[in-house]
Design a protein. Sequence first.
Length: 471
Amino acid sequence: MGSAISWSMGTEPLNGTRLHGSLSFRLGAALVLVLAIGGVAVSLAAYAYGRSAAQQSFDRLLIGAANQIAGSLGLRDGEVIVDIPVSAFELLSLAPRDRVVYAVFDNAGRLVTGYDSVVLPERAGGFFNGSFAGEPARYVHVRRQIAERSFLGAVDVVVGQTTEARRELAQQITRNALLAVAVVGLVISALAVLAVNSALRPLRRIERDFAARSSRDLTPVDVEVPQEIASLVAALNRFIGRIDRQLRVMRTLIADASHQLRTPIAALRAQAELAREETDPQDQLQIVEKIYERSRNLSRLTDQLLNHAMIIHRADSVDMAPVDLRVVASDAVDQFDQTMPGAEAVVRIDLPEAPTVCDGDALSLVEACKNLINNANAYGKPPITVFVRDDGATLCLGVRDRGYGMAEEMWKDAGKRFAKRSGVSSTSAGLGLSIVSAVAQAHGGRMTIQRPAADRFEVYLELPSVRGTEA
């Protein structure tokens, strides 16, 4: 394949190829970005969860100790006495590097026992943050109501602990969570690499298919691909098909020119040599007439060969546009070179009043119509009528004459190139109706031949119409 449709999965640029990064790199970068964002989010969540878990764990120990102290309160002679149980601080001692502070206040707010640096919070009950000996600390406040004859009121218990163990527990939980995230991230990265390679494998299969082809292999790509790449393969196949058709046209044109033009050119040269050697003016004039007739036939053959190649080329290279067939018929008649003398050579036109619009290439349609007129002019009987009619779903553009036309058994092969037809002169190239058939097929229609009456013969293109559109 040429460089126009070849590609490479590597980094080396091809002729006419503009590289814009690597698809593998893009997919990998996107996955890394997603994993990075997810890792940051999980890290923040793990840190928040670690702090919350450590806070809740040690808060339970604090409130347990405070409740035990509050449960040990008593009265003696109307005074609050405290017999702090040892078990109240056993659980707090699980954090050996943290210091514990406490205080008990009577109903008048006086310190009964404990550290005088501890102050009562403004709002009764619950946890609050503070400091102790220059270190951050966490406190809990518990209030116990006492109602006896010698004492009526509330006793406040405040227990605090420094937060070093809390921080260590939060960091440990965060580290464990991040370690798990890192392991999962590595596993996901490995799976992502496998997924990217698997996703790009169909492209590599297409690359290998193209690399293994010879320069003449223009068959469609036939490899197994996922649905997402099927449209790419279909576009490649359409492009390959267009190139194949263009190459076939060129090969056919070269072969036809080599085969069809060699004989008439050789005949022209031979007759020219005869004319040069002929001394009788009358015989020389007859030879010149034959040279003239052969040159006309050669000119017609050359035009048809070039027109046939042009029609097939335009079918792949020109976009269809709305065309009014009445305009096409008028242009074809205007361009037709009337070679028959007299009034019988006049071509009539039968056009409807309403627009007859189809999607097509105006130049190709005009060439097809001119070939129909030429055929009718050369082999039919006047008068010749170019007609356009609307049959509902299809539009018809054709030519009618008063001759009998070709034999009915020849109709099915009439659109073939260089087909031999009964009643047709040997000087015919056999390309006129082939051009018409090619134009009809390029426009999604067909060429139709019919004999509506014994003395009437019609050849026309049936084309799909475009409703609600005016040219």
